[in-house]
Ligand binder design. Structure first.
Ligand SMILES: Cc1ncc(COP(=O)(O)O)c(C=O)c1O
Length: 380
C-alpha cells in the first residue's frame, strides 16, 4: 500500500509514537491531575511536557496557555463560539475548512456578522482585501495557514500585522502546517492558534488544542471536572483548566509528545526541505500527464504538499477508486470538507481527487504514483 493521504491524517507515524502510546497504556494508565498518587503525577507530567513541546514549537512563553483537546475542530469551535457575540463581525477567507465555516454559519444565524474574503482561483489571498473588509464591529480575523485543497500558503504574517494595527483578535488554523512550516505566535501576531495533533504534528488521532494569548476573555463550550478547585461549583477560570473539562486522551497525548519530540529532533526546516523535494517530484510528474489538471499556486514556495487534481473526463471518485483497488495507492476524492474552497477554485460540482505525500513518503512511492496516473491517462 502506498499512502498518499497525509492531508487527512499522517501515516505512518514515527515508531516512537506507537511506542509512547503503548508504554502509557501499559505502564502509566492513570488519569492526569486526578489525585496525587505517583501514577497520576506521571500522567500529569506527560500533559505538561506536551504543552511545553508545543510552546517551544510555536514560540509560546507559557505552555499552560495551551488547552489540549481532541482535534482542531473543537479548538476552532471554542475560539469562535467562546469569543464572538451577537453584533460582532468576523473576517475569514473563502478557503476555510468546514471546521471554521460551519461554526460561523451557525453563529451567523445567531446574529454574528461574517465576511469570507474572496481568494483567487488558486486559493491566494490578498491581505489588502482583509484590511478592506474591517468594519467598526469587527472583533476577530480567522484564517487557515495552508489550504487542505490547493495547498496554498496564506500570508499569515501580513494578516497578523493588519489585525495588530487594527486592534483585532487573530486566530490561525494551522491544521496543515504545524510541524512543517515555521509558526511563531509573537512574530506573526497570533492571539489564538488552533492545531490538530494527527496530521503534520505526527501524533495520533484524537489530539489537538488551542493556544490562547494571556488576557483574552474566552468562554468554554463545556464545563465539568478538571481535577482542580473541585470544592467549588464554579468552573475554574485559569488556563488550561478553563478549556479542559473531563478526562483527557492521555495515551494519545503521550503519542503526540513523541511526535513533537521527533519534529524537534529532525527540525522543521529539514521537514519542509524533505516535503519540497518529494512534492516537486510528484508535481513534475503530474504536470507531464496528458489531460490531468493540478489546482493551486504554481510555485512550491507558495504551497504545501497537497495536490488536488482532476482528469479532463474521469470522475474524481473513479480515479481514487482505481488508484486504490488497482494500484494500491491511497488518495482522497470529493469535496474535502471545504465547499467554500471548492467554489473558489471552481470545483464545487466535480470535486477533486487529492494526493498528499508526507514526511515518510519515498521517491520510489512517488514514481509508482506517477506511473499509475500515466496508466489511467492512457486508458481514456
Ligand atoms: C485546514 C483544516 N482545518 C481543519 C481541519 C479539521 O481537522 P480535525 O478533523 O483534526 O479537527 C482539517 C482537516 O482536514 C484541515 O485540513
Amino acid at each position: 500500500m502506498i499512502y498518499m493521504d497525509n492531508a487527512a491524517t499522517s501515516f505512518p507515524k514515527p515508531e516512537s509514537v506507537y511506542q509512547a502510546m503503548d508504554d502509557f497504556n501499559r505502564l502509566v494508565g492513570a488519569n492526569p491531575g486526578r489525585g496525587s498518587n505517583q501514577q497520576s503525577l506521571k500522567a500529569g507530567s506527560v500533559m505538561v511536557e506536551a504543552r511545553e513541546a508545543l510552546a517551544r514549537l510555536f514560540n509560546i512563553d507559557d505552555g499552560s496557555q495551551i488547552a489540549l483537546m481532541p482535534n482542531v475542530t473543537e479548538a476552532l469551535n471554542v475560539g469562535l463560539k467562546g469569543i464572538l457575540r451577537k453584533g460582532d463581525h468576523v473576517i475569514t477567507t473563502s478557503m476555510e475548512h468546514n471546521s471554521v465555516a460551519r461554526p460561523l454559519y451557525a453563529l451567523s444565524r445567531l446574529g454574528v456578522e461574517w465576511t469570507a474574503v474572496q481568494c483567487d482561483n488558486n486559493g491566494r489571498l490578498d491581505p489588502g482585501d482583509i484590511k478592506n473588509a474591517i468594519k467598526a464591529n469587527t472583533r476577530l480575523i480567522c484564517i487557515l495557514h495552508v489550504s487542505n485543497l490547493t495547498g496554498t500558503i496564506m500570508p499569515v504574517q501580513e494578516v497578523g500585522q493588519i489585525a495588530r494595527e487594527n486592534n483585532l483578535l487573530f486566530m490561525v488554523d494551522c491544521a496543515q502546517s504545524a510541524g512543517v512550516l515555521p509558526l511563531d505566535v509573537k512574530k506573526q501576531h497570533i492571539d489564538l492558534l488552533a492545531f490538530t495533533g494527527h496530521k503534520s504534528l505526527l501524533g495520533p488521532q484524537g489530539t489537538g488544542g488551542l493556544y490562547v494569548k494571556p488576557g483574552i476573555k474566552i468562554e468554554p463550550l463545556k464545563v465539568g471536572g478538571t481535577g482542580s478547585l473541585s470544592e467549588f461549583l464554579e468552573h475554574p477560570q485559569m488556563m488550561p483548566d478553563l478549556l479542559e473539562s473531563g478526562t483527557h486522551n492521555t495515551p494519545g497525548i503521550a503519542g503526540l509528545l513523541a511526535g513533537l519530540r521527533y519534529i524537534e529532533q529532525t527540525g522543521v526546516e529539514a521537514i519542509r526541505a524533505r516535503e519540497i523535494k518529494i512534492a516537486a517530484m510528484l508535481w513534475d510528474g503530474m504536470k507531464s500527464i496528458a489531460g490531468l489538471r493540478v489546482y493551486g499556486p504554481d510555485s512550491l514556495d507558495d504551497r504545501g504538499a497537497v495536490f488536488a487534481f482532476n482528469f479532463d473526463d474521469i470522475d474524481c471518485g473513479e480515479v481514487s477508486m482505481t488508484l486504490d483497488y488497482e494500484f494500491g495507492i491511497i488518495s482522497r476524492s470529493g469535496t474535502h470538507c471545504a465547499p467554500l474552497a471548492h467554489k473558489t477554485i471552481g470545483t464545487l460540482e466535480s470535486g477533486t481527487c487529492r494526493l498528499s505525500p508526507g514526511y515518510f513518503t519515498t521517491e520510489a512511492e512517488v514514481l509508482a504514483v506517477i506511473k499509475a496516473l500515466e496508466a489511467i491517462s492512457a486508458r481514456k
